[in-house]
Design a protein. Sequence first.
Length: 196
Amino acid sequence: MRTAQIKRTTLETDISLTLNLDGTGKSQIATGCGFLNHMLTLFAAHGRFDLTVTCRGDTDVDDHHSVEDIGICLGKAFSQALGDRRGITRYGSFLLPMDEALILTAVDISGRSSLGYQLEIPTEKIGAFDTELVEEFFLAFVRSCPMSLHIRKLAGTNSHHIAEGAYKSVARALRAAVAMDASAPDAVPSTKGVLE
């Protein structure tokens, strides 16, 4: 089974996270940040990843450290669960409509970290959540599981719909990219022979 368990403790956050790439979408999420709880629940469901996350963070300051550190832990979990990337499809993309919002995601689990982020969320906050933290989350994620991840808003005016569409679209693209390629189950999908 392609699973991972991550524990990360700093002076700002204390995080425990488990991941099963071949799950059914079950999740138990308690980040201390209501909006991120919602996004990660959707992420697990649409990726068909089993995911548990608990975080105690310095949310009396703001949500930044918790959101960024959870992105780090989730990236590490993906990297650990994928191992040497043998047999994976490697690429995935998804065009997701969320009411008036339309979000395109493309991913290459390449071993090189790159985030192409073009969401343009119109408000600074969604409830108590700082919308700039969406980018911080995905940046932390790709730095910890090196990949090229492009997220682009093609349409959308509602901040909640745009952010939610992004998490769902990324999950669906990752679901395709981490899927096992039945035609080459023992091959690392690179002419280099490695993805690192």
